[in-house]
Write a protein that binds this ligand. Structure first.
Ligand code: SF4
Length: 454
């Protein structure tokens, strides 16, 4: 069952040089207790996506579109009782308004059809036809910012009812609802424990502060829970370590303390943003194992942000690969490893050191991530892609189910999907690559099987 759905998220920064489309149409779903990875190079948009989820995007940035839906039932129920004026009922809106008229109003105001409902309206689409076909519905308007623009949804409506479906729309959460979501339900582990911890407070006090803020416990129980959390994350002699300052902990112990803070309020989801970047490889393995074990024990879901496919392999169930603000491949982790479908993923795979692969040098992807103010037309990866053809420079590939060639919806289905013209039949030469796995060589989707693995 879905815990979180991110649907067509668009986060932009308005700078003097132009609009930076840091996240541009990202969609995915995380199930309860699932471990989901988001991978990409620096500048791919993965950290901005996570900060959007925590509502931590500051000026000059903002979430310009899309929906982030949180489905945890007891939280939705509590929010309904606590904030009854912040509930919107989609069934009521359907009874009160004609969707076709609302879409027409948007089009008359100059809104691009493609931005109303996740690219389901072509630039020259007849709105009445697509609405009548059920491609755009009231939920699309409620979930997007257009519901507010049209005056049918209050700016602060945070709980959405649609028949039996009920969820919290995080993009509209602020004030007390947002404070309750953060820490209680969604917690974040940042890259560098040295900056995540306050040097002038003891470790124990910092864990206690999180517990005190989000849980209704007396001071003795708060301290007991903080010591228990230190114990759970493997800090020896937790009673005495409770009074240590961060500088008295090693880097690995500091990151364990940060994990203790994040887990201290039993969140439903932990966002771990490159949680082991600042650590050496031995400690990295320990921290990843700890995070994996603790979240499995507690049923907490993880959204793991990393540039390292090796980290994802050790922890995650499914993975999305991002490039230039967009998802370019999404798949169960094993499929992504053994049978990557997008040339960018293949490039990332080639840059992983593997025991016994016999290469003297690791492969690199030529070029760099594009300027997100002026993303190349067509497929944004085409200047770096060894298989690029003329069509790639003008036609933007959409996320496509690699088996069926159908448009993929990562919120609704689990299809292995990639955004490459190969899967829409628009590539003439096809893809031709090899994927090195362990001591043998396995072939990718468009490649020929090699002698090594026959
Ligand atoms: S669409 Fe073209 S440029 Fe983009 S990944 Fe596929 S082959 Fe490469």
């Amino acid at each position: 069952m879905a815990l979180l759905e991110v649907d067509d998220l668009r986060t932009q920064f308005y700078t003097e040089d132009g609009v930076v489309r840091a996240v541009d149409g990202l969609s995915y779903r995380i199930e309860r207790g699932e471990k989901f990875g988001i991978v990409g190079e620096s500048g791919a948009g993965k950290s901005v996506a996570s900060l959007s989820l925590m509502r931590l995007i500051d000026d000059p940035g903002r979430v310009a579109g899309g929906s982030i839906r949180f489905y945890e039932e007891s939280t939705v129920e509590r929010f309904e009782q606590q904030f009854p004026k912040r509930v919107v009922d989609v069934a009521d809106l359907r009874a009160e308004h004609d969707v076709t008229e609302l879409v027409d109003r948007l089009l008359e105001e100059g809104v691009a059809p493609s931005s109303i409902a996740d690219d389901r309206l072509d630039a020259d689409a007849d709105a009445k036809t697509v609405v009548r076909d059920g491609d755009v519905g009231m939920r699309d308007l409620v979930d997007s910012r257009y519901g507010v623009d049209l005056g049918i949804v209050d700016d602060d409506a945070v709980v959405v009812h649609d028949g039996s479906e009920r969820y919290i729309e995080i993009t509209r959460a602020d004030g007390e609802p947002l404070r309750q979501l953060r820490g209680n339900h969604i917690a974040m582990i940042f890259q560098d424990p040295q900056t995540a911890l306050n040097p002038v407070y003891t470790i124990g006090e910092q864990i206690s502060e999180a517990i005190r803020t989000h849980m209704d416990l007396d001071s003795a129980a708060v301290k007991d829970r903080a010591i228990d959390m230190l114990d759970q994350v493997g800090i020896p002699d937790p009673e005495s370590r409770y009074d240590n300052y961060p500088h008295e902990f090693s880097g690995g112990m500091q990151q364990r303390a940060v994990i203790a803070v994040a887990l201290s309020c039993d969140p439903d989801l932990i966002i771990a943003d490159e949680p082991t970047t600042a650590l050496d490889v031995t400690i990295e393995a320990q921290i990843l194992e700890l995070l994996d074990d603790l979240t499995t024990e507690t049923g907490t879901a993880i959204q793991m942000i990393t540039h390292d496919l090796g980290v994802v392999a050790g922890v995650c169930d499914r993975v999305a690969v991002m490039y230039a603000g967009k998802p370019v491949e999404i798949a169960p982790v094993e499929e992504l490893y053994y049978d990557p479908k997008h040339p960018y993923t293949v490039g990332l795979m080639g840059s992983i050191p593997r025991i016994g692969d016999g290469r003297e040098r690791l492969d690199t992807i030529p070029g760099t991530m594009p300027d997100l103010v002026q993303v190349p037309p067509g497929c944004s990866f085409h200047p770096r892609c060894p298989y690029a053809e003329e069509a790639c420079t003008r036609k933007e590939p959409e996320l496509t189910a690699v088996d069926s060639g159908d448009r993929a919806d990562p919120v609704e289905d689990d299809a292995h999907a990639a955004a490459c013209l190969e899967y829409t039949g628009d590539l003439q030469q096809g893809l031709d690559y090899e994927v090195h796995v362990g001591e043998g060589i396995e072939t990718g989707a468009g490649s020929e099987t090699t002698e090594e693995n026959q």
